[in-house]
Design a protein. Sequence first.
Length: 540
Amino acid sequence: MNFTIVDISVLTGYCVLLFVVAFWASRHKAGAEDYFLAGRGVGWFAVGASIFASNISSEHFIGLAGSGFASGFGVANFEIQATFIVLLLGYLFAPFYLRAGIFTVPGFIEKRFNSSSRWYLTIVSILAYVTTKISVTLFAGSLLLRSVLGWDVYTSSIILVVVTGLYTVVGGLKAVIYTELMQTFVLIGGAIGLTVMGISELGGLGELQAVVPTEHWSLIKPHDHPDYPWTGIMFGLPILAIWYWCTDQFIVQRVLSAHNIDHAKSGTIFAGYLKILPMFIMVLPGIVAYGLCEKGLLTGIDTPNDAYPALITQILPVGIRGIVIASLLAALMSSLASCFNSGSTLFTFDIYKKLKPEASDKRLVGVGRMATLVMVLFGILWIPFIELLGSGQIFVYLQSVQAYVSPPITAVFLLGLFWSRGNGTAAITVLVTGFALGAFRFVIEVMNKSNALHNEWLITFASVNFLNLCTFIFLFCCVLFVIISLLTPAPDKSQVRGITFKYASESEIEVKETSSWKKKNLIATIGLIVLTVSLYLLFW
């Protein structure tokens, strides 16, 4: 694709502004709390924008559009349902996290259960960052840069890592959050621009509806749909979503950085409103690409993942491409920076500080920076495996891998909060057993995709939709948790005081909402729920 001086100027200006904001945010020397939690002084608007920008990356643009191209609005359930789940983060989980005074989510699980559970959650989270977040983000970004500039996967990945890692390592969470605040506006603006131009090229919304099959417009798919059966969407997806939005350090760290519970809750509500947008500015472009292909106005789409890059290279006029590519890079770098910072926080506080409790703040910050570099290296090494597993729809790959990790963690957190009788023995048993089941399915699925399976039972097991399987593993984990808890001694009072519903009032750290904030948050919450339900009714 030929860049004009306007395109180059836009991209250059974006990069300059990014580094100005990043280094402005990190201009003061930071202690551990400043570096990893932005001094716990972030306002609600920045919290919400950071949650959204951390979540949205290039795999969303490319992956959601690809899945929209292949099967329509079904994939939008992952975005629409998130509006309900981020409310759970603000209303249910955030108060308990803030009462616990933690730096990391594994720190909370240790307070509630035991150190074994903390070690498990830390290691699994870091592995998940490498095998899903970092590597998928780099791979999706490389697809974009290959289409635009002709760079190969590894050249693109290394350049993206160096640029993003520079301000992440130097500035910590404060630099990450404030660059994400800026990048939110960039990525939304660019996505809207491409969507509008794509529809215009097709001939308007009426022509789009006429060309695209009716089933593409439905959020609810048949029970035997290979990727988005309604059973999996209604029962399995919330399990995966609770893990991602409510128990993963990647997202929760933004809430922990909030000024207080008022700002934390308002931030999650704001993020919920922002999560409505991807359905229309990321999934819809994929449907538009499908319509353009049907009319012969778009070519070169060999797999669904090619849909979004094809729109950029073939539809956008000269001079506008730089804006849209800047929005994609904004999404990529914001998510990548969040992952680097969250992963380094987990390693620093849940591994290094556990082994070296006397370490100074300066030493902790240094270890966090080194941890970032190691995670980057392993993320790059994992990229070749994604093409094997992705089947042309990168977003489906991402969600399927996460669906194997999430059920035991979601079960332990929910039962740990609601049932004070649950103990550490049950928690670690469920976490390890659930992980083993998920890992077994993952290996079997890889073998099945490689045509290495010959046992009919195993082939059937490998073919079960990942969201439906997520539901079954979750129910199994819940039953196992209850049985083991009842067969073993009850936890000490210190393990439930202030961090379970029954003993929430006994917390040593007071978390109290301001009445005026509480009323505004309630009104905003009702509005968000009404809007989300309306979308389901409209696109049923």
